[in-house]
Design a protein around this ligand. Structure first.
Ligand code: TXA
Ligand code: MG
Length: 317
């Protein structure tokens, strides 16, 4: 199969109507999309990615108003968050209707729903009458893609079309929020920070994102986002000590002016998030012995960055 890259939304739509999968741009990362109501299309997503079937998929819709077609109940707090953050990098876990195939949720009673904030993909979603199931458009376990070229490098020959919408602006995946009674639980840290969520709700929320072998949000598997070159996350103060001929160092802020690469010379966490996956891919292509990355301040979107770095770390087998 040849893989085309193009900007024609109608071409993406034609593949989707045909039951095929296409890569789509979002503000977080590129997604590998198929008709969420068509089990055969959904199976193609898992196959193209080599993704295990126990890992459920997020469905994407053009309007918050459409969510009620696919879920049985929307908690008040979900509405409140949606009014502030959707379209945007936030995903809601809500009780699913029977029309959502079990393969989407890996058997769970809840489905993950998101309204992405990307003009091209919103236009595509409005042009079809089904939700798009879309995991990140990378081979399972590798670094997520933030440009059409990243998708091409991972999935060429495995999918017919990549819809080009430029580089992703946010650069880390959506924050996943779960609702249990009146409790709100962050299942994955992402583009919207815990602080932003708490500011809107006016009360503290909890996090249950611990890496484990049987996670509630299975993207929380410990080994994920991994480079082929062993990667180590280190304290900011020790990064410089890892500068050697055969290593790559990735720093943050002016303190790391001597690093091989810098996530944000100005020390801006949003800029760091935007460049994170691209820099990991570039570093991985250098044939170095090891990649050392500085942790970033653990606040705001920095929490999501540190989470991805932790999961990208070399696992002692
Ligand atoms: O920003 C994003 O969310 C991107 C773009 C493409 O929208 N998508 C993305 O998908 O990151 P993926 O498949 O790489 O990660 C989805 C995460 C996984 O950790 C999965 O386990 C969790 O969402 N998830 C999906 N459905 C779930 C469910 N029903 N219950 C719990 N976790 C779920
Ligand atoms: Mg992923």
């Amino acid at each position: 199969m040849t893989t085309e890259i193009g900007k024609n939304i109608d071409e993406a739509k034609a593949h989707l109507l045909n039951g095929d999968v296409v890569a789509i741009p979002t503000e977080t990362v590129y997604g590998l999309a198929g008709n969420a109501l068509n089990e055969e299309a959904v199976i193609k997503i898992f196959e193209a990615k080599n993704r295990p079937h126990f890992n459920p998929l997020i469905i994407h819709l053009p309007f918050w108003n459409d969510v009620k077609k696919y879920v049985t109940y929307i908690p008040e707090h979900a509405h409140t968050l949606a009014m502030h953050f959707s379209p945007g990098p936030i995903t809601y876990l809500l009780p699913k209707k029977a029309t959502i195939p079990d393969i989407i949720t890996a058997g769970s009673k809840k489905v993950a729903v998101r309204i992405p904030a990307h003009p091209v993909t919103l236009q595509l979603l409005r042009a079809i009458d089904f939700p798009l199931a879309a995991p990140s458009a990378n081979q399972f376990g590798y670094v997520s893609p933030t440009s059409p070229e990243h998708v091409y490098n991972s999935l060429k020959g495995r999918i017919p079309f990549i819809l080009d919408g430029g580089s992703s602006n946010i650069g880390v995946e959506s924050t996943i929020v779960d609702f249990e009674g009146d409790d709100i639980i962050i299942r994955r840290n992402g583009g919207i920070s815990k602080e932003e969520i708490e500011a809107v709700l006016g009360f503290p929320v909890s996090s249950a994102t611990e890496a484990s072998e049987h996670p509630v949000a299975p993207g929380q598997l410990k080994s994920h986002y991994a480079t082929n070159t062993p990667l180590y996350m280190v304290e900011a103060s020790s990064l410089t000590g890892h500068n050697h001929d055969n290593t790559i160092t990735i720093g943050f802020g002016i303190q790391h002016a001597d690093a091989t690469f810098n996530l944000s010379p100005e020390g801006d966490l949003h800029e760091a998030a935007k460049h994170l996956f691209e820099l990991l891919r570039i570093a991985d292509a250098q044939n170095a012995e090891a990649i050392y990355v500085s942790e970033v301040p653990n606040t705001g979107i920095g929490v999501a960055i540190n989470d991805r770095l932790q999961r990208a770390q070399h696992q002692m087998k």
